[in-house]
Every structure is written in structure tokens, then in C-alpha cells.
Design a protein around this ligand. Structure first.
Ligand SMILES: Cc1cc2nc3c(=O)[nH]c(=O)nc-3n(C[C@H](O)[C@H](O)[C@H](O)COP(=O)(O)OP(=O)(O)OC[C@H]3O[C@@H](n4cnc5c(N)ncnc54)[C@H](O)[C@@H]3O)c2cc1C
Length: 237
């Protein structure tokens, strides 16, 4: 998870799995599957170890199935290339995993999340009907890992500074933000769904870290509504 959420969060996720008896091995790769007849019996790792195996699950991501569009004349780089309105041509839109579009803030991107597929389809449909609404969602995914609920908003990853904000170590409930300078560009709630709305708003508004800390400690004066942690501007429908 290092590439997705950075080192600190990746470590914590690995710990959850290790705590449930999973032997997590990083920095090594599968060299070959060893078997007899039609059954795999072992997995040989690049470090030289050979692990016994009854069943092998290969999780290596996905690529959009656009082969059938090869002769269509559409631009196919990473999926179907679309403009900021999810349109590949004035009359063809793409949405969901297959669509790569020009996000106003994040550049050309493709997302593989259910929420994105739903929201993008709504915007694409409106634009096909003649409206011109740029699709600029706050990227979001959630994942339930054993008893832990992860909710992640905006930009994350090892290239951004990460700051943990609230940490109830006893119950393993906490949240953190990803920063560009002092601006919040991403956030993560760790078994903290009640904070998700505030974190999403902070990301949507690229709030200052100091303002969010102040807000979370209940000290934001009501005379500063422009900080807008509860209102989300520029989000998808
Ligand atoms: C194992 C797994 C776990 C996931 N877990 C999560 C999660 O926890 N949270 C989350 O947000 N997202 C999760 N996702 C991602 C989520 O499932 C996808 O982002 C979402 O399903 C995308 O929706 P879609 O409609 O764009 O594509 P799909 O759901 O892939 O639907 C595309 C459909 O088009 C069909 N199709 C393809 N080619 C053709 C063709 N030529 N003609 C006709 N039909 C065609 C396919 O058969 C498929 O039914 C997970 C994905 C996987 C694989």
C-alpha cells in the first residue's frame, strides 16, 4: 500500500493483517509457481524461500478492456480518453473504470472505485444531454480490513507529507491528512466515520492544516464560516 497511502499508513495496514496471522512479505517477488500435475504445491520467492501453497490468489490490478474499441477512432491511452466533461467525442461519453478524463485539479486520471463509477455516470449523462458540467469529484475510496474501516479522500501517497491528527491508541481510532505545504490535499479516517464529512470538506476546500486542527478542537469561531468545513464546494453531484 506504500504507493497508494504512503509509508506510515501502509505500515499500519500491514500491522492489521499481521495481527490476524497473515505473514506479510514485502520487498520480495514471486519467481515461479512450483507444482506437480495440475496443482500448485509451492511458491518460489526471489529471495530464495519456497513457501508451501494449497491455493494461489494473484491480485495484480486490472487494465480497462478496450480492445473492442481499437478500430473505433477513439483515443485509447489508459482506457477511453475523455475531456473534463467525460466526453470522448461530442456524442460519446465514458464513465467508470474504463474512463480516463481530464480532472481540473488532478490532470488526466482514471479511477477504479464504485463511488466514482456512479458519480461519473451521472455527470456524463447530463453532459450527453447538452449540459457542460466539469467532472471534478473529490476522489474517495473505502475499505473494510477486518474490523477497521478506512475512508480515504483526495490525493494520497508517498510524495506527500502525512500528519496524524487524532490518535485514540487504545481503540485504534485515528485520522490523518496529506499535505502540500500547509494545505490539505488528502485525508484518511481510520475507523472514524464520524470525522469523514469534515475531512472531505477540508480536502474539497484545500483547508489549512492549522484551521482544521483548530476546528477539530472545537475552537473555530462562528465568525469564520468561509473556512467552510461543513460545506463542500466544487464537489460532484
Ligand atoms: C475484487 C475487487 C474488489 C473491489 N472492491 C472495491 C471496494 O471495496 N470499494 C470500491 O469502491 N470499489 C471496489 N472495486 C472496484 C469497483 O468494483 C469498480 O470500480 C466498479 O465496479 C466499476 O464499475 P464500472 O461500471 O465502471 O465497471 P464494471 O463493474 O467492471 O462493469 C463493466 C461491465 O461491462 C461489461 N463489458 C465489458 N466489455 C464489454 C463489451 N464489449 N460489451 C458488453 N459489455 C461489456 C463487463 O462484463 C461488466 O459487467 C473492487 C473491484 C474488484 C475487482
Amino acid at each position: 500500500m506504500f504507493r497508494q497511502v504512503g509509508h506510515e499508513v501502509g505500515e499500519r495496514i500491514a500491522q492489521i493483517h499481521a495481527g490476524h496471522g497473515v505473514d506479510v512479505r514485502c520487498g520480495t517477488s514471486v519467481e515461479r509457481l512450483v507444482g506437480a500435475a495440475d496443482r500448485v504445491t509451492h511458491v518460489a520467492l526471489s529471495e530464495g524461500t519456497c513457501l508451501p501453497a494449497d491455493l494461489v490468489v494473484i491480485a495484480i490490478g486490472s487494465v480497462p478492456a478496450v480492445g473492442w474499441l481499437a478500430e473505433s477512432g477513439l483515443h485509447l491511452t489508459d482506457g477511453v480518453d475523455c475531456n473534463r466533461y467525460c466526453l470522448a467525442t461530442p456524442e460519446i461519453a465514458a464513465a467508470g473504470d474504463v474512463a480516463s478524463w481530464a480532472h481540473d485539479d488532478l490532470g488526466q486520471i482514471r479511477m477504479e472505485h464504485r463511488t466514482n463509477a456512479t458519480e461519473q455516470a451521472m455527470t456524463a449523462a447530463r453532459n450527453l444531454l447538452g449540459q457542460r458540467i466539469p467532472f471534478r469529484p473529490i476522489p474517495y475510496f473505502w475499505s473494510d480490513q477486518y474490523g477497521t474501516k478506512l475512508q480515504v479522500f483526495g490525493r494520497t501517497g508517498p510524495d506527500l507529507a502525512f500528519r496524524r491528527l487524532i490518535d485514540h491508541a487504545k481503540t485504534d481510532v485515528w485520522c490523518g491528512v496529506y499535505l502540500t505545504g500547509d494545505r490539505i490535499v488528502g485525508a484518511l479516517a481510520w475507523s472514524m466515520p464520524f470525522a469523514a464529512r469534515t475531512l472531505r470538506s477540508a480536502v474539497a476546500n484545500q483547508a489549512r492544516l492549522s484551521d482544521l486542527i483548530e476546528y477539530l478542537s472545537g475552537q473555530v469561531p462562528s465568525s469564520r464560516p468561509e473556512r467552510g468545513f461543513q460545506r463542500v464546494r466544487g464537489s460532484s453531484p
